[in-house]
Design a protein around this ligand. Structure first.
Ligand code: PAF
Length: 283
C-alpha cells in the first residue's frame, strides 16, 4: 500500500491508472477509520482495479464552533485498517495543498442541503460538496462509495453528481452498527462510558419507530411523539432533530410510508451523533 500526500502526485498516479485501462474506486474519509469505513473499502476492492481511500479532515465542512481541532486523528492506525481492507493507495493531503492561499471556489447544492444537518450546521454541505468535487478531480474515480449513516450527505452527493454530469458511479453502503446497535462513527471516540450507554437511545428510537410502523402506525405525529419521548427519557440527550422525511426530496411528510426516512441528530453531552432508518427496510 502506498501513501500519497501530494495532490499533483495523486493526479499523476490516477492519470496513469486510467491510461492503463484500470478502474479506480474511491472511499473518501476523514480518517479515524472503523468497521463502517472498512466495509466501504471491502466493497470498493470488489469494484475497482485500484482502490484509493482518502483521509482528510476537511476544514471547510466544520463551522467555527465545531470540533475541527479536536476531531480524532490516527494515521498509523488508519493505515493498518486500510491495508487489511485491501486499499492500494491512501491519499492523505495537507490542508494547505487542498486549499492553497487564494482558494475561493466552492460547490453548493441547494434545496437538499437546507433541512436537517444543513439547518443546524450552516455551510457544512458546501464544504462537503466542495471537497468531494476536489477529491473526484484529483483521484479521478470511476466509482465512489459513501455510507448511508450520513444519509443527507449521500443524497446531496448523488444530486451534485447528477447535476454537474460527473461521470462517477455513487454507491451507498448500509450503516454498520456495534453489537448493541450504536451506529459506528469516528465521533463515538468522544463518548465517555456512561455517554456511550446513553447514546443507545438513538438506536432504541429507530427500532421503536420501525416496530410501530411495521405494526401499522402511519401517523408521523404519533411516531414522532414516541421517538421524542423515548430520547427524552435520557437526561443527557438533547434532540437536534428527529424528523420523518421523504427519502428522495428530504421534504417533511405527515404520513409515514415504505421508504420514509427517519433521521435523528442527538447531542449526548457535547457529542452530536446522527443515525437514521428507512421505514419498511431492514437497516
Ligand atoms: O463523510 C465523511 O467522512 C466526509 O464528510 C467526507 C465525505 C469524507 C468529506 O470530507
Amino acid at each position: 500500500m502506498t501513501i500519497i500526500e501530494s495532490v499533483a502526485e495523486m493526479q499523476r498516479f490516477a492519470r496513469e491508472a486510467r491510461t492503463a485501462g484500470k478502474t479506480i474506486a474511491l472511499v473518501p474519509t476523514m480518517g479515524y477509520l472503523h468497521e463502517g469505513h472498512a466495509s466501504l473499502m471491502r466493497e470498493g476492492r470488489k469494484r475497482g482495479d485500484v482502490l484509493v481511500a482518502s483521509i482528510f479532515v476537511n476544514p471547510t465542512q466544520f463551522g467555527p464552533s465545531e470540533d475541527l481541532d479536536a476531531y480524532p486523528r490516527d494515521l498509523a492506525r488508519d493505515t493498518a485498517v486500510a491495508s487489511v481492507a485491501g486499499v492500494d493507495v491512501i491519499f492523505a493531503p495537507k490542508a494547505g495543498d487542498m486549499y492553497p492561499t487564494g482558494f475561493q471556489t466552492y460547490v453548493n447544492a441547494e434545496e437538499l442541503t437546507l433541512p436537517l444537518c444543513g439547518a443546524s450546521r450552516p455551510g457544512h454541505f458546501r464544504g462537503v460538496t466542495t471537497v468531494v468535487t476536489k477529491l473526484f478531480n484529483i483521484v479521478m474515480p470511476h466509482v465512489a462509495l459513501f455510507g448511508k449513516k450520513d444519509f443527507q450527505q449521500l443524497a446531496v452527493i448523488r444530486r451534485m453528481v447528477a447535476d454537474l454530469n460527473m461521470d462517477i458511479e455513487i454507491i451507498g453502503m448500509p450503516i454498520v452498527r456495534e453489537d448493541d446497535g450504536l451506529a459506528m462513527s469516528s465521533r463515538n471516540a468522544y463518548l465517555q462510558p456512561e455517554e456511550r450507554q446513553n447514546a443507545l437511545c438513538l438506536y432504541r428510537a429507530l427500532v421503536t419507530a420501525r416496530g410501530l410502523f411495521n405494526g401499522g402506525e402511519r401517523s408521523v405525529k404519533i411516531l414522532s411523539e414516541r421517538v421524542v419521548r423515548l430520547i427524552g427519557e435520557v437526561p443527557a440527550a438533547s434532540i437536534d432533530y428527529a424528523e420523518f422525511r421523504d427519502m428522495g426530496t428530504l421534504e417533511a411528510v405527515e404520513t409515514a410510508d415504505e421508504g420514509t426516512l427517519l433521521a435523528l441528530a442527538v447531542r449526548i453531552g457535547k457529542t452530536r451523533l446522527i443515525d437514521n432508518c428507512i421505514l419498511g427496510e431492514e437497516n
